[in-house]
Design a protein around this ligand. Structure first.
Ligand code: TYM
Length: 334
């Protein structure tokens, strides 16, 4: 019998989970539960690489947990917990700080984007963020990591760290080289205001994204205002070259309806954007509004959410400690 995948992924509790998080990551988290052991983490220690309001961080940690559950992650099947509740993440991150190279971290485009023009003023946590991410994954010796394509470079670094650890300490394949699992159809949902930028929590305009908690009216309003161009929808994918906003809207429609791109083009070819937008809004309302409703209901029972995290952390802790014991022995810590 082939060995089961061990799946790990994380989401930052920085509020406002959106359609990009859902289509790029959460939807995949849910389907992987069918035949894999899965660990899903609310990565609160990653969130504090940017100054957080403590009360908002607590609230957002619970809300991200609610988003996991409302999307269909089952806490009886998968482990759901918050990162700071299992101290092994930071212990292994320190060990990886001593394995990873400054040259590797200097190549990370996300650090360059987030640190902005004055890197001297960026905090060290933001710089070593990818080492902590490698520790998250490898603490459980995970084999597969479902993420959006914006995380590809971080995943490559995790593989480099795993490989270097295995080589430095001559411990065979102790750490697996984790494989990214990236959605084929829509690996990156783009902003509704600019089809060349990814949909993001940190984008200033709320009109750039569909949030999982948006009401039907908000969805209709945002899709109505979404940037488009003046040409009608073409009959082939090739003709969408240079039309990033049109491509993004059709990609969203394809993914939300579970259709193929050629069927979407057959349905939409020659149509005006007003028609297309009405169809997209309907599909989004169907899929996203029930999740938003569930998130709000779950947020009414914070004790329940805290208990889900607590039980998940207990299970994660057992696995983490078993692996950390081996790591300590391999590197010579008594
Ligand atoms: P985060 O919190 O920014 O995003 C969570 C997940 O959502 C995906 N995503 C998108 N996918 C498609 N289109 C978009 N516009 C879009 N925006 C976000 C992200 O790719 C991600 O999968 N560094 C990670 C969190 C993390 C992690 C980990 C992930 C920490 N440790 C270990 C995997 C494994 C992050 O900031 O994701």
């Amino acid at each position: 019998m082939s060995e089961k995948k061990l799946v790990f992924s994380g989401v930052q509790p920085t509020g406002n989970l959106h359609l990009g998080n859902y289509l790029g990551a959460l939807k995949n988290f849910v389907s992987l539960q069918k035949d894999s052991k899965c660990i899903y983490c609310v990565v609160d220690l990653h969130a504090i690489t940017v100054l957080q309001n403590p009360n908002s961080l607590k609230e957002n940690t619970l809300e991200t947990t609610a988003c996991f559950l409302a999307s269909g992650i089952n806490p009886d099947k998968s482990i759901i917990f918050n990162q700071s509740a299992v101290s092994g993440h930071t212990e292994l991150a320190w060990i990886f700080n001593c394995i990873s190279k400054i040259g590797w971290l200097n190549r990370m485009t996300q650090f360059k984007d987030k640190a902005g023009s004055d890197k001297e003023k960026a905090n060290v946590g933001l710089y070593v963020y990818p080492n902590l991410m490698a520790a998250d994954i490898l603490l459980y010796r995970s084999t597969h990591v479902p993420v959006g394509s914006d995380q590809t470079q971080h995943l490559e670094l995790s593989r480099d760290i795993a490989q270097k650890f295995n080589n430095d300490f001559k411990c065979g394949n102790f750490f697996p080289l984790p494989e990214p699992l990236i959605q084929k159809n829509i690996s990156r949902v783009m902003s509704l205001r600019d089809g060349t930028k990814k949909m993001s929590k940190s984008e200033e305009s709320d009109y750039s994204r569909i949030n999982l908690k948006d009401s039907a009216e908000e969805i209709v309003k945002k899709i109505k205002k979404a940037k488009t161009d003046s040409a009608p929808i073409p009959g082939s994918e090739k003709e969408l070259d240079g039309r990033p906003e049109a491509l993004n809207l059709l990609n969203i429609y394809r993914d939300v309806t579970g259709n193929t791109f050629s069927n979407v083009l057959n349905e939409m070819s020659g149509k005006e954007f007003s028609y297309v937008k009405t169809k997209i809004s309907e599909a989004l309302i169907d899929q996203i509004c029930p999740i938003g409703k569930k998130i709000k209901e779950l947020m009414e029972d914070k004790a329940f959410l805290k208990n889900v995290l607590k039980k998940g952390a207990e299970k994660a802790q057992l696995q983490a400690e078993e692996n950390l014991k081996k790591v300590r022995d391999i590197i010579g810590l008594i």
